[in-house]
Design a protein around this ligand. Structure first.
Ligand code: AMP
Length: 397
């Protein structure tokens, strides 16, 4: 059985075709500059590629190009889309409505659209893409929505409410929703499997550290708290995002520089974080290289981010009154051994100890804590596309 996984933005469309018999990727690709010009980069699992510049005024033409790449190009992997059993879509914001993944109906699509107020950059684009997908593939093929926020819906009110006047929650739904939920669920479930203590209440912390970063506290597979908030800006310092800071710093800057809320939002989301402090890049590898060659601001950015991660982990240990296992994932979490070492060196108060040789291994699932460590520490590569495909399969079965 083959599942087509779609992650659509307003001008891009990432996709994977996954064979669920053995959970392998048959092909993956990316359409870019939708609405502007249009291009596709498509790769089959055996290395064949199809790359083209072709007009994509809307997502419909992008999907048609994907169909060509998959079924007719030199990198084709199937004869027809009839071979595909269902399509799974990543959706950024499910609000308080979508506590689980679901089959897309007209009503579901309408609700995803309404939730655009909470995710203006994402949900409207998902709706456009889903409609284009239905137009291209017909309404007989089931389509499933998998929400980034669903996994965090088990948080108690004490964790998700903001200490603002209650009316803003009632009127506009202003509260913590979290993000990266599909990754935290995938990694958390895998971590619980790896730790394998079914008789015990398991308290785990999953650290998704990539260009966007978040940390989740999880008891027995359910989220109890997470670092991202009303939007993915909250939490701790990321590639270009601030994470949590004193809001009066922002009102002060807005007044001094005569900035609108939209400009402040732009600064906090796109110009801050590792990029803002280092002045070098938002990319961790560039910042590591700059710090190694003596750039003090790059060095400071690394120290700040790691310090904040250490504090978040500590706060979740406190929130859960303990922790049994911690997982690192995402581009940084999976690959940056120095970051894991620095963080774990500040968690020895938990009786946590890692093996430097195991920690030095990169990009694969591995236990990096020593046998005597009181907390198991793992690197667990995330796979959001596979999580979406699994949910899609489960819903159509
Ligand atoms: P993601 O958003 O999960 O794709 O992660 C992207 C981030 O991972 C970027 O900041 C990269 O610099 C970082 N990254 C990827 N590979 C490495 C590596 N080998 N060492 C350090 N950071 C890495």
């Amino acid at each position: 059985m083959k599942i087509f996984v779609v992650n659509a933005g307003s001008s891009s469309l990432k996709y994977q075709l996954i064979d669920m018999e053995n959970e392998t990727v048959l092909a993956k690709g990316l359409c870019e500059r939708i609405g502007v010009s249009g291009s596709i980069t498509h790769k089959a699992a055996d290395g064949r590629e199809y790359n083209a510049e072709t007009a994509m005024p809307t997502h419909s033409e992008a999907f048609e190009t994907v169909v060509y790449a998959m079924t007719k190009s030199d990198a084709k992997v199937i004869d027809s889309f009839d071979e595909i059993s269902a399509i799974g879509h990543r959706v950024v914001q499910g609000g308080s409505i979508f506590k689980e993944s679901c089959i897309i109906t007209d009503d579901v699509l309408e609700k995803i659209d309404e939730l655009g107020a909470l995710a203006p950059l994402h949900n409207p684009a998902h709706v456009l893409a889903i409609r284009a997908c239905i137009k291209t593939f017909g309404s007989d093929i089931p389509q499933v929505a998998v929400f980034d926020t669903s996994f965090h819906q088990t948080m108690p009110a004490k964790a998700y409410m903001f200490p603002l006047p209650y009316e803003y929650y009632e009127k506009y739904g202003v509260r913590k929703y979290g993000a990266h939920g599909t990754s935290h669920r995938f990694v958390g479930n895998r971590l619980i499997e790896l730790v394998n203590k079914p008789e015990k209440e398991l308290k785990v912390i999953t650290c998704h550290l990539g260009n966007g970063c978040s940390i989740t506290a999880n008891i027995n597979g359910a989220c109890v708290d997470t670092s991202m908030g009303f939007t993915p800006l909250d939490g701790f310092m990321m590639g270009t995002r601030t994470g949590t800071l004193d809001p009066s710093a922002l009102t002060f800057i807005a007044e001094k520089e005569n900035l609108t809320p939209a400009q402040i939002n732009d600064i906090c989301n796109k110009k801050s974080g590792m990029l803002g402090v280092s002045g070098v890049s938002n990319d961790n590898r560039d910042i590591l290289a700059a710090a190694n060659s003596g750039n003090e601001r790059a060095y400071l950015a690394l120290r700040m981010q790691r310090y904040q991660i250490i504090k978040f982990i500590g706060s979740y240990v406190a929130a859960m009154n303990g922790v049994d296992a911690i997982a690192f994932t995402g581009g940084i979490g999976e690959n940056d051994a120095g970051l894991r070492e620095e963080i774990c060196a500040n968690l020895t108060y938990l009786g946590l100890e890692i093996d430097p040789e195991l920690n030095a291994q990169r990009g694969k699932e591995i236990k990096i804590s020593t046998p005597k460590s009181a907390v198991d520490v793992y690197v667990v590569p995330t796979n959001e596309e596979l999580a979406i495909a699994r949910d899609t399969l489960a819903l159509i079965s």
